[in-house]
Design a protein around this ligand. Structure first.
Ligand code: NAD
Length: 247
C-alpha cells in the first residue's frame, strides 16, 4: 500500500537514493532539501507525480512548516519520516576547543535540533492514525567518537537517543523509530576523502570487509526498517559499516 514518506536531505547521496527507492515501490515522497538545484535534478531524473520536491533548510521552522502543509495538501500527512539531512560542519569542525562556536551551533541545529523539531511535527498525525515510522540516519560516529569531528559525533549520538526516546514514548501507540549508523559510504559528503588514494587506503585498513559502503547498502536497510516487515524493530541503532565497529 502506498505511504506518504518524507525524506530530508533528498537532493544528494543517501537521501536521493532513499527518495528514488520509495518512489520505485509506489510511495508518495516528499523530497526535502535546501539544495534547490539538486532537488530539481532529482525531480527531472525520477519524473514522477508521486514526488513532491520541497526546498527548505531543516533549521528554518517556517519553511519546514510550509513544506509539511504543502505535503499534507498534496498527499496527506507523512506515515514515514526519514531524518537524513546532515552536515559534518566542514573543515572548521574539528576538536571541541578548535571549532568556532557558530560552527558547533550549526552542526547541532542541522543534525539534532531539526531531527527533534521535524519528528515532533509529524508525530501528532501519526498518533492520530496509531501508525508511523521515524528512521534517523545517525552514524557509527554516534556509537564511537570520530577524532576531530566532535560536534558531528556528539549530534549523531544524541540522534540515537532521540530514536530511543520516540520508541519509549510511542511504542505502545503504533509508532516505531530506528537509527541507522552507516560507516564510510561513498557520497558527495565523503568523496573528497575516498578520491585520495592514501586516505582511501587508511579508511579501508580499518574496515574488516575492506570495502566502502554504497548508498544502496543504506537504502536497503532503511527500506526494511521503514516497512511492516520490521514491525518488532524499535529503538535500535543499527550499524551498516562492513564490520568497522566489530574490531
Ligand atoms: N556518507 C557517509 O559516509 C555517511 C556515514 C554516516 C552517516 N552519514 C549520514 O547520512 C546522511 C546523508 O549524508 P550523505 O552522505 O548522503 O551526504 P550528502 O552531502 O551527499 O547529502 C546530504 C544532503 O543533506 C542536505 N542538507 C544538509 N544540510 C541541510 C539543511 N540544513 N537543510 C536541508 N538539507 C540539508 C544537503 O543539501 C545534501 O543534499 C547525513 O546525515 C550523514 O551524516 C553519512
Amino acid at each position: 500500500m502506498s505511504r506518504v514518506v518524507l525524506v530530508t536531505g533528498a537532493a544528494s547521496g543517501i537521501g536521493a537514493g532513499l527518495a528514488a527507492h520509495f518512489i520505485k515501490i509506489g510511495d508518495q515522497v516528499v523530497a526535502l532539501d535546501m539544495n534547490q538545484a539538486g532537488l530539481g535534478a532529482l525531480a527531472e531524473r525520477l519524473h514522477d507525480p508521486n514526488l513532491l520536491p520541497a526546498v527548505a533548510d531543516v533549521t528554518d521552522d517556517a519553511r519546514l512548516e510550509k513544506a509539511l502543509a504543502d505535503a499534507a495538501a498534496r498527499f496527506g500527512h507523512p506515515e514515514v519520516l526519514v531524518n537524513n539531512a546532515g552536515t559534518t560542519g566542514g573543515p572548521r569542525a574539528t576538536t571541541l576547543h578548535e571549532t568556532p562556536p557558530e560552527v558547533i551551533d550549526r552542526v547541532l541545529d542541522v543534525n539534532l535540533r531539526a531531527v527533534i523539531r521535524l519528528s515532533a511535527a509529524v508525530l501528532p498525525a501519526m498518533l492520530e492514525r496509531r501508525r508511523g515510522v521515524i528512521v534517523n540516519i545517525a552514524s557509527v560516529a554516534g556509537l564511537v567518537a570520530f577524532p576531530s569531528r566532535a560536534a558531528y559525533s556528539i549530534t549523531k549520538a544524541a540522534v540515537i537517543q532521540v530514536t530511543r526516546a520516540i520508541a519509549a514514548d510511542y511504542g505502545h501507540k503504533g509508532i516505531r523509530s530506528v537509527a541507522l549508523c552507516p560507516g564510510m559510504i561513498d557520497t558527495p559528503m565523503t568523496h573528497w576523502r575516498l578520491a585520495e588514494p592514501r586516505l582511501r587506503e587508511e579508511v579501508l585498513a580499518r574496515i574488516p570487509q575492506r570495502a566502502i559502503g554504497t548508498v544502496s547498502d543504506v537504502v536497503a536497510a532503511a527500506a526494511f526498517f521503514a516497512s511492516d516487515e520490521a514491525s518488532y524493530c524499535n529503538g535500535a541503532a543499527i550499524p551498516i559499516d562492513g564490520g568497522y565497529l566489530a574490531i
